[in-house]
Design a protein around this ligand. Structure first.
Ligand code: F6R
Length: 363
């Protein structure tokens, strides 16, 4: 039940600090991944894995896109990501020793399941990261890692996404160990994961401040979301949330693509949201923000402490300091809250947006 919350979506956003604990429970020690979490036979499969093909839809696809950055960066393993509805209907090449990874909240998404069935005997093995025990994807995959987020009622996926990211980070560690990840680096990442519940709590506490931002969006017809690196898929997820529950047209771009087209759209009626943690790409992103400002675009930037100064036309929402590896997880929360409050202001049906179903069991 919703309890004190007005909508399931808000309740599920607030549950995130708790449910990530359940995702991590029994899967990490103080300093290490506990690989048994992936089940019998997983270690032998990971030993042979030479690449990863990720298949998912919607929000789960965005989680997969973030995992690609992690897998290639930390595990040094090639990774391809594709939406299930495309993959299943095209002739694709499956390189030898491919681990086929599906990501799904429901475990029943028709296209994802069909892609798994189609590819099953061409791959090394299949793994699903899934939230529903006993679902079709779990039953039909060789391996599964449950996200343990608990039932997600709101049609707009929130806690399923952040717990998928946690599970994907565990998966990245499993493969990275086999490609020279040092014990010290593993301990550092696991240490960061232990801090995650607290950091998510700090992000949820920005709620009131984000609610005050939401007024700037409710009357607009379009919004642009920008990010770089693994924050680009976070921007995509922010745009999807805004579209699906507030019905405002939103698009996400990797900030470096701005001048290749979308900058032409920017004017005072096109608010631009940027996720801008203090990482190696911040200076590049700042230059992109200046391009937006110069065209009169109103900017809303989620940023680490004091790295971006507020000015006329540029509002900064200060985020807690976050270990770089966790940035995509923590920076997702304010975007969820933003779309939630915009939808409430617009009076839409937040938990059951028009035209959408929670589980897409038909293609
Ligand atoms: C968006 C959303 C959808 C789902 C998509 C895949 O908020 O909920 O985009 O992410 O339909 O669903 P699952 O993860 O159940 O396969």
């Amino acid at each position: 039940e919703k309890g004190e919350f007005r909508h399931f979506m808000l309740k599920e956003i607030y549950e995130q600090p708790e449910v990530v604990k359940a995702t991590l429970q029994g899967r990490i020690s103080a300093t290490k991944l506990l690989e048994q979490a992936f089940g019998n036979g997983a270690s032998a499969i990971f030993d042979q894995t030479k690449q990863v093909q990720i298949i998912a839809c919607g929000t789960s696809y965005h989680a997969g896109m973030i995992a690609k950055y992690w897998l290639e960066d930390i595990a040094g393993i090639p990774c391809a990501v594709e939406v299930a509805s495309e993959y299943r209907y095209r002739k694709h090449v499956v390189p030898e020793n491919t681990l086929f990874l599906t990501i799904s909240q429901s475990g029943e998404t028709a296209d994802t399941l069909a892609a798994l069935r189609e590819v099953q005997d061409k791959v090394l093995a299949s793994l699903t990261i899934c939230n529903v025990p006993g679902s079709s994807l779990v039953r039909e995959s060789d391996l599964s890692l449950m996200t343990n987020a608990g039932p997600e009622i709101g049609v707009a996926s929130t806690k399923a996404f952040t717990t998928q990211l946690v599970a994907l980070l565990l998966f990245t560690l499993a493969l990275a160990r086999r490609s020279g990840l040092s014990e010290a680096r593993e301990a550092e990442i696991v240490g960061a994961l232990h801090q995650l519940p607290e950091l998510l709590l700090a992000a949820v506490k920005l709620d009131a401040s984000i609610e005050s931002l939401s007024r700037a969006f409710a009357e607009k017809n379009h919004t642009l979301f920008l990010g770089r690196g693994p924050l680009y898929p976070v921007a995509m997820e922010g745009a999807l949330k805004l579209k699906e529950i507030s019905y405002i047209h939103a698009e996400a771009y990797p900030a470096g693509e701005l001048k290749h087209g979308p900058l032409a759209l920017v004017d005072k009626d096109m608010p631009v949201v940027a996720v801008a943690p203090n990482n190696a790409l911040l200076d590049k992103l700042k230059a992109n923000l200046q391009e937006v400002k110069a065209r009169g675009g109103e900017l809303f930037v989620f940023a680490g402490a004091d790295h971006i100064k507020p000015e006329e036309g540029l509002r900064v929402e200060q985020m807690p300091d976050v270990p770089e590896i966790l940035e995509p997880i923590v920076y997702t929360v304010p975007l969820q809250l933003l779309s939630y409050h915009v939808a409430v202001l617009k009076g839409t049906d937040v938990d059951q947006p028009r035209n959408l179903a929670k589980s897409v069991t038909v293609e």
